[in-house]
Design a protein around this ligand. Structure first.
Ligand code: DX5
Length: 224
């Protein structure tokens, strides 16, 4: 089953001085989700924002919103983000001793549960939680910053993740990719099996409008 490709711009690289405008431009351009990159300065060096930002963005768009928790102790954050109106919470397998329980908790609270793993983490680490997640997110950069280069070995990891989900009967679950997605690699990424794409600097940058950037990505998807 091939799931329709979803485009999820991350606001990490947006101009936060005009966030309402930028989120509105992304929505008008026809993106499918908005992604919030939550960083605590411990799991990854930078600090970005917490649940208050989720509440603010919730008021800016009708689109579903995903929170990517790059934080230690995600169990302390999940409820606040879901109460803020977040539709999907993605946790790092490296950030908790109890991923299975946390993913169940996210789903029980009515949000989609995503599991993600750093480029250096073997895919086998998420095998046991595949039955309780709505998506597996392949980090194609080392998390913490936007504007990095796509790690080419991620393509094999995307294929592996798709195979693992299909082998356990989770054809319904998505394979997401986060990091370095742009018009030059988006075709290969989808060809490898990804159907949910986080794009930060490819959408929000000072080279072109959000509308033009999104159209460029969509064209690259069609042309490949
Ligand atoms: C933290 C984030 C980034 C970001 C994507 O690493 O998860 O991957 O959203 O940023 P780009 O698309 O610029 O790599």
């Amino acid at each position: 089953m091939t799931l329709p490709v979803q485009l999820a711009p991350s606001i990490l690289n947006a101009d936060w001085t005009r966030l309402a405008e930028q989120v509105g431009q992304a929505e008008a351009a026809g993106v499918d989700w908005i992604t919030l990159d939550v960083m605590d300065g411990n799991f990854v060096p930078p600090i970005s924002f917490g649940a208050p930002m989720a509440s603010a963005v919730r008021q800016l768009t009708a689109l579903p919103i995903e929170a990517h928790l790059m934080v230690e102790h995600p169990e302390e954050q999940i409820d606040d983000f879901i109460e803020a109106g977040i539709n999907c919470v993605t946790i790092h397998i490296e950030s908790t001793r109890h991923p299975h329980r946390l993913l169940q908790q996210i789903a029980e609270r009515g949000a989609e549960a995503g599991i993600t793993l750093n480029p250096g983490t073997p895919l086998g680490e998420v095998e046991a939680v595949l039955p309780v997640c709505g998506r597996v997110q392949i980090m194609s950069v080392n998390p913490g910053w936007g504007g990095q280069r796509f790690i080419p070995e991620s393509l094999d990891r995307i294929r592996q993740a798709r195979e693992m989900l299909d082998q356990c009967g989770r054809e319904d679950a998505r394979v997401a990719v986060d990091g370095g997605v742009n018009e030059s690699n988006i075709g290969a990424i989808v060809e490898a099996g990804a159907d949910w794409l986080v794009a930060g600097s490819a959408v929000f940058n000072d080279r072109e409008s959000v509308a033009d950037a999104v159209a460029r990505l969509r064209r690259a998807l069609v042309s490949d």
